[in-house]
Design a protein around this ligand. Structure first.
Ligand SMILES: CC(C)(COP(=O)(O)OP(=O)(O)OC[C@H]1O[C@@H](n2cnc3c(N)ncnc32)[C@H](O)[C@@H]1OP(=O)(O)O)[C@@H](O)C(=O)NCCC(=O)NCCS
Length: 141
């Protein structure tokens, strides 16, 4: 991801989440060495997904991932996540964490398919609507 992608990323973000990150959040992370931001594009070059991996010591965090509604269930998020996990592994991360809404069945299926398992629950973590977060962890194979 570079600065030229941020507007398209923010459009997907706004359609994907009830509490979306502002465009500035992506722009700021582009300046941070601990953040790895990647996009997916269709064959015609249209941006259709993105993934944000944060690195800290020997841990990683999938801080954001989304795909454009018209490309869902075609493997795009799986490829983005596989790429982020490979980078975390190569960077020495023993574990990668993330939070997900309890009701987000699509994301939970995605994460389960990549070896994430529940390790905690944060009560009332999300707003709009209020909902618990599940904390998932994937350990390096
Ligand atoms: C969650 C999300 C990123 C999945 O993106 P996607 O491009 O459709 O995912 P993929 O096609 O790569 O699917 C990956 C896996 O998840 C499963 N999956 C995806 N959507 C699913 C759904 N609606 N129901 C059940 N399983 C689903 C797929 O079966 C697939 O499993 P497999 O690799 O074992 O075959 C997408 O639905 C999205 O952007 N949602 C809104 C944003 C969001 O919730 N992000 C996550 C926040 S924690």
């Amino acid at each position: 991801m570079d600065a030229g992608h941020v507007a398209a990323v923010a459009r997907i973000e706004a359609s994907a989440f009830s509490d979306p990150w502002p465009a500035s959040a992506f722009s700021e992370l582009l300046e941070r060495a601990y953040a790895r931001l990647r996009v997916a594009v269709t064959d015609d070059g249209t941006l259709c997904g993105y993934c944000v991996l944060l690195r800290a010591a020997d841990e990683g965090e999938i801080a954001n991932i989304a795909t454009e509604p018209s490309v869902r269930q075609q493997g795009v998020a799986g490829r983005l996540l596989d790429d982020a996990l490979a980078a975390a592994d190569a960077n020495g991360a023993a574990s990668v964490y993330l939070e997900v809404r309890v009701s987000n069945e699509a994301a939970r299926a995605l994460y389960a398919s990549r070896g994430f398992r529940q390790v905690g629950r944060r009560r009332g973590y999300y707003d709009r609507p209020a909902e618990d977060a599940l904390v998932l962890r994937r350990t390096r194979p």
